[in-house]
Design a protein. Structure first.
Length: 89
């Protein structure tokens, strides 16, 4: 389980990226890299990191489901994810 502060920091970054997205695009199009550098560092989408929605785990993230591989395995074994079942042959 990730610390609450780490999860909150990611949410804060995501909000900042969304806030400055239009401005960043306009500055990039104009080629004004000096003004682009004056924007907050966390306004850059490159600084975002995918985290599990349930636990906040940063590694083993499955984009399609938005959760970590560990939670995915538990939930699919319990039948909580529609259309997913354990393979057996």
């Amino acid at each position: 389980m990730a610390k609450e502060s780490m999860k909150a920091r990611e949410v804060k970054r995501a909000r900042l990226v969304a806030k400055y997205a239009e401005k960043r695009a306009a500055l990039k199009e104009a080629g004004d890299y000096v003004a682009l550098q004056k924007l907050p560092k966390n306004a850059s989408p490159v600084r975002l990191h995918n985290r599990c929605k349930l636990t906040g785990r940063p590694k083993g993230y499955m984009r399609k489901f938005g959760i970590s591989r560990i939670n995915f395995r538990e939930m699919s074994a319990n039948g909580l994810i529609p259309g997913i079942k354990k393979a057996s042959w």
